[in-house]
Ligand binder design. Structure first.
Ligand code: NAP
Length: 313
């Protein structure tokens, strides 16, 4: 294991929060290292068109937007490393951030590790992952041309995925456990008026069914109101039931709330450890938008800059 000189700032994560922090920190001449993760760019790499990020009046594809953020951070001197962080030591200064191959030391660390797709918790879902079960319509939608699929969830993600999947699938079954939706009116309306989408409300997914080749052939649903069961024949099953924060690395090292989100001090990005800052979806369980994550990244970089400055850096 090799070790580098002590850096001012290491940023962990490369979604809108991490990359915005990188833009601000590099413009402040803090020469940040951004450890991007093996799958860089965060959740926007798994989305289609982003229509609500100001400045892109015609919309922009998520991955293209992240590429632009990346290039902007690079332009001001951010150093990037495409690897996963496997351990951190925040118990003393300088902090240590470790990947599988290398160890980095930093006076300040900005955590922007985002969130990942939530799973239902069914054994069949785990077993059939990649065999018809997926968390990403953008990645896998095209495999289901002229075939029926199901999407589970009642939020914006589920509506977005269902709408997107109608480009390929013969039929999209939208399965939701309640009769009310978290989805915004505009997204819900778009799904409701799409003739290829069929809503199955008050339905819980009891089991994902496989054929003899261990490929998805359907789902068994349970009516939450009267307990009756039914089967839907589908070839693809898309999970869109929200996300969990990627904070396992920080358990016992930084304060987390009951759901695993990082706690920050009021009106700031300061975590429970001085010199460690957090931003984006690993903190925010309320808004969870690219634009709010970017705003939080900006705050974290400014907080880190001021914190370092107060210590004579
Ligand atoms: P969400 O709003 O938290 O919705 C999750 C949905 O999954 C809810 O309907 C929930 O049901 C359901 N669910 C959760 N756990 C479940 C389980 N174990 N079994 C069955 N159903 C379950 O998550 P999201 O849709 O991913 O959206 C997250 C945030 O991203 C939101 O702020 C959203 O506005 C934003 N977003 C925006 C866009 C856009 O504007 N283009 C696109 C995607 C996402 P209940 O309602 O019964 O709890």
């Amino acid at each position: 294991m090799t070790s580098d000189p002590v850096r001012d700032v290491v940023i962990v994560g490369s979604g809108p929060a991490g990359l915005t922090a990188a833009i601000y920190a590099s413009r402040a001449r803090l020469n940040p290292l951004c450890i991007e993760g093996l799958l860089r760019g965060g959740q926007l790499m798994l989305t289609t068109e982003v229509e609500n990020f100001p400045g892109f009046e015609d919309g922009i594809m998520g991955p293209e937007m992240m590429e632009k953020f990346h290039r902007q951070a690079e332009r001001f001197g951010t150093e990037f490393l495409q690897d996963d962080v496997v351990a951190v030591d925040f118990s003393r200064q300088p902090f240590e951030v470790r990947t599988s191959e290398k160890s980095f030391r930093a006076r300040a660390v900005i955590v922007s590790t985002g969130a990942s797709a939530r799973m239902l918790g069914l054994p069949s879902e785990k077993r059939l992952m990649g065999r018809g079960v997926t968390t990403c319509a953008t990645c896998d939608g095209a495999f289901y041309r002229d075939r029926p699929v199901a999407v589970v969830g009642g939020g914006d993600s589920a509506m977005e995925e269902a709408n997107f999947l109608t480009r390929f699938a013969s039929r999209v079954h939208l399965v939701h456990r309640r009769g009310e939706f978290r989805a915004s009116r505009i997204m819900l309306e778009r799904a409701r008026t799409n003739p290829k989408i069929e809503f199955h409300l008050h339905r819980e997914v009891e089991e994902i069914l496989a054929d003899g080749k261990e490929k998805v052939r359907g789902v068994r649903l349970r009516n939450a109101q009267d307990g009756t069961k039914e089967e839907l024949a589908v070839d693809g099953f898309f999970l869109a039931i929200g996300h969990v924060p990627n904070t396992a690395l920080f358990r016992g090292k930084l304060d987390l709330d009951a759901n695993g989100y990082l706690r920050t001090k009021p009106d700031s990005s300061h975590t429970s450890v001085e010199g460690v800052f957090a931003c984006g979806d690993c903190v925010d369980h309320v808004y969870r938008q690219a634009i709010t994550a970017a705003g939080m990244g900006c705050r974290a970089a400014i907080d880190a800059e001021r914190w370092l400055e107060a210590r004579g850096r």
